[in-house]
Design a protein around this ligand. Sequence first.
Ligand code: ZN
Ligand code: ZN
Length: 547
Amino acid sequence: MPLGGVGEIGMNLYLYGYGPPGHREWLIVDMGITFGGDAEPGIDVILPDIRFLEEERPNLKGLLLTHAHEDHFGAVVVLWPRLGRLPVYATPFTASMLKSKLGEVGMLKDFPLEVMPMGGRRTIGPFDVELVTMSHSIPEPSGVVIKTNLGTVLHTGDWKLDETPLTSGPTDEARLRALGDAGIDALICDSTNAVRDGISPSEADVAVTLAQLIREAPRRVAVTTFASNVARIGSVAKAAQAAGRRLVVVGRAMYRVIEAAQETGYLDPDLPMLPETEFERIAPGKVVALCTGSQGEGRAAMARIALGEHPNVELDPGDRVIFSSRTIPGNEKAVARVQNGLSDQGIEVITDQDAPVHVSGHPRRGELEQLYRWTRPRIAIPMHGEGKHLEAQARLAERLGVREVVRARNGAMVRLAPGPASIIDDVPAGRLYRDGALITGEGDGQVRERRKLAFVGSVVVSLVLSEKGQLLADPEVALTGIPATDAHGAPFETIAREAAIGTVESIPRPRRKDTNLVSEAVRRGVRAAINQAWGKKPVCSVLLTVL
Ligand SMILES: [Zn+2]
Ligand SMILES: [Zn+2]
């Protein structure tokens, strides 16, 4: 049952249950986050709503993480404390990344983290769980085989086919074929690139392009990529070395991943790299800077370099910046701002539109077809993607002859066995917002209000009435985000004040004892007066004091 990650980007959370209603035991797969955008002003992190899991707390048997991308494991440090010392299972690299996060928030001590080897197998509650090595854009992505006496499910996690992923992997074709031969009932599969035909290029192809672009660069080179892409970091380091350049690492997130990768053997522990403070001392033809900020994040290294505000790294005209990344939907404006900032300074910008400097970690249609042929499932449930991606995979599965294709969305409870697959229930699913130091529900409304304020501003009116309903002073008015005057030069402050006085006076004295009635009438009157002059209705609040 998907609680997140189906029908939208990010926030993956899936739940597999076994047993009759009331006695059902659960295995959670992944617990991710997504990041707030323009539609969620003031919200940095969006988490899945886990009300259902909290209710089922005694029946939760474990949380298994498929890989260390934020959209799959980012919520653990925030939500795990609500789930009652639930054991968490992960492979060594994912565990190392999780430990680094837990350490930062002081949760590492006594955390029940169980490290499983790649391809490992163990019993978790009523589930026989086996990991299958896949390839993706981070070390140790694992598909999960979940067996009970009712059948076998393959949950792919994020994956692609790549013979040369330059990190763990490749995808364990032999195991997948064997599982298919033994019989897979349900395939729950990544849909991200299901609208794209063919087979995605390999990480090794990107390494070749990067090596050439770094070798041939006339002056300094800066490369930005997803910090978690260890293979890419390795490729940049090798390319720098081959070109006789020193590698400088810029940005904390990059260090965190490099440390985890060195700990687990995915990067050479003696990788020659220098701290960013060394950048300026190296001759322009002899340096490569590896930077965070491929998504235009304001506080990350690349944005600060583009503004000329980075304390240690400054680029000059003729230097080359490579965006070895894809722009995640929603980040287009921020990325364009950074790239334009660089271009304005005469710095050459190379993106995946100009050269093959990035590959996706998700399967295109050709790869999906391969997996369906190997595994031949009875049931297919597309996951991980927006509606059009899910539908593209659903149709592909139907075309490939899968008998039961379930179109599930967040919150759908799907019965896989016994009997034919079907959606049997809907459970609460949605989003939580991290708003400052608090976690709040999407329905709490403050974000919606904030969005509204951004468009129309606000007006606050303070009234003081006597017990008999007489105005004891001119109303005080505070305007925020509203123009100073109307088209004829009349101040909005005056317009609001006069509307407030006019409204109070239009209410017969005896009725003014009803303070709610007065407040609401003034609120409407002031809003209407401002709307008449401005063409927009501000958010209006009235504070009424009776003396
Ligand atoms: Zn991923
Ligand atoms: Zn993902």
